[in-house]
Design a protein around this ligand. Sequence first.
Ligand SMILES: [Zn+2]
Length: 231
Amino acid sequence: MTVPELALHHQRLEARATQLHNQIERIEAELARNPEAERLEREVGSREAVRREVELRLLQSERETESRRARLRARERELMSGRINNPGELMRLSTEVDHLKLALAGDEDAELELLEQQELVEKEVARLEADLGAARSSGEAAAPGRQEELLRLELVLAETETEREAVWRQLPADWQKAYRRVAARVSNPVAEVVRGQCQACHVGATSSGMQLLRRGSLVLCENCGRLQVAT
Ligand SMILES: [Zn+2]
């Protein structure tokens, strides 16, 4: 390879290394997350919240029923005790007993409904947890292929970097210096010149510039300042 060709080759290796580096980062990020498992985790969390709420309402309803039942027993005992002779008072008590019985029937219906809800949400949670387990293990099963790809890319990157460094060492000091200076402001410091035109900025080279280029001298584009390589 001529010196200008080495400079161009170095630029290509650098671009390749950047590309490989990006691919590696993407796969690493991909391996770090499992979107399906994450979605199911959120779903399990929200169903668990519903399950706890139903449980709480059930407890509350059981407590209310229990206190109503106790009140009913007390009123019934009063009625049966024979201690109350006032007809108005007896009527009031008997009406209250009827109301309490009606309310208790309603309580039982509501409780049954809550129990059904509880069973349903428990089944849902169990199903989602099973799905979550499956998503996690399928994520782990899919990972080996990606792991191999990652290792392969890391190997190619290491080779590319080694070659790039070897190419760099072959560049003369004045080329290295010019390359570094231009690379500080653009990502592609080397431009090919095709049919007398800089391929980076599309401005034509002068005829004296072309003569120098053909001899493989270090020539910078008069317009964009890149190192030029005649191809
Ligand atoms: Zn140019």
